[in-house]
Ligand binder design. Structure first.
Ligand SMILES: NC(=O)c1ccc[n+]([C@@H]2O[C@H](COP(=O)([O-])OP(=O)(O)OC[C@H]3O[C@@H](n4cnc5c(N)ncnc54)[C@H](O)[C@@H]3O)[C@@H](O)[C@H]2O)c1
Length: 265
């Protein structure tokens, strides 16, 4: 039995999700499968990727793919449709964070961040979108960040890569939209994954770090996964080139706590 309006489901669809072995990517795989899709989960963490497949069963296959490797994308694109048929959705989710100020940042680290967070999504689009264009259907979802909407100290390379990803997404949306392929961007705020919480701190401690936000807590991977699923569904058929913040209000603006308090009574 299927649950929910058909436009909000992914029955019969095939999705490629990068960075799928853990964190938000793994949760997005689960969400897609729950909505009826089959998923090719892509990552460099083979053990975690295989474990995900075992947990979710026959609707998921894992492929080792370093998103920065163009030859690997070429081979992947050439062989993948033989398994389940053509690809309907690409979620460019793989990403890395490097913490360093603009002055401390080393060139090699900067280049690595750009390679994974910007070239990775570009290569995915370059190699999977042509078939989508031929079929005149497809949805590409790029996972940027709240750090692509505002400046953030300490993550110069990461923020630069994600701002650039927005530029790539908008351009790709304009170029691919006329042939039926939608490209959209999601901009998560702080989300409780190994990237934002590498030492596994408890949720209540993490929430305290986000006390100044409109929603004063860290986000959960499923809260981004559901947005990605929506952008893959027919229900989002008129969204093209959008940039959606899923950030608990992190990027709404500057909060001035004293402004009301300081008004003369
Ligand atoms: N967690 C957050 O607070 C947060 C906030 C905003 C945006 N994001 C973005 O969300 C996405 C998912 O992040 P996450 O929080 O789940 O992080 P994560 O570190 O838990 O997961 C990222 C995944 O990407 C994979 N990956 C890294 N380099 C790769 C490569 N070269 N090829 C293939 N796979 C690679 C990793 O192995 C890992 O499985 C990233 O793009 C990240 O920048 C995360």
């Amino acid at each position: 039995m299927t649950i929910g309006h058909a436009a909000f489901r992914l029955d019969g669809q095939v999705a490629v999700i990068t960075g799928a072995a853990r964190g938000m990517g793994a949760r997005t795989v689960e969400e897609f499968v729950a909505l009826g899709a089959r998923v090719i989960a892509v990552d460099v963490l083979d053990q975690d990727g295989q474990a995900l497949c075992q947990r979710l069963g026959e609707h998921v296959i894992f492929r080792h793919l370093d998103v920065t490797d163009e030859a690997a994308w070429h081979d992947f694109a050439a062989g993948i449709s033989a398994h389940w048929g053509p690809i309907d959705t690409l979620v460019n989710n793989a990403g890395i964070l490097h913490v360093a100020s603009a002055l401390e940042l080393e060139r090699e680290a900067f280049e690595r961040v750009i390679a994974v967070n910007l070239y990775g999504p570009w290569l995915g689009i370059k190699h999977l979108a042509p078939d989508m264009q031929r079929r005149r259907r497809g949805s590409i979802i790029n996972v940027a960040s709240a750090a692509a909407l505002v400046g953030m100290n300490g993550i110069a390379a990461y923020s630069a890569s994600k701002w650039a990803l927005r530029g790539l997404s908008r351009t790709a949306a304009m170029e691919l939209g006329p042939s039926g392929v939608r490209v959209n961007t999601v901009c998560p705020g702080g989300i409780d994954t190994p990237m934002a919480n590498p030492t596994g701190r408890p949720r209540d401690q993490l929430d305290a770090d986000y006390a100044g936000q409109a929603l004063p807590r860290i986000g959960r991977p499923e809260e981004v996964a559901r947005l990605c699923a929506f952008l893959a569904c027919e229900a989002s058929s008129y969204l093209c080139g959008s940039e959606i913040a899923v950030d608990g209000g992190m990027t709404l603006g500057t909060r001035i706590d004293h402004i009301l308090r300081d008004q003369p009574k």
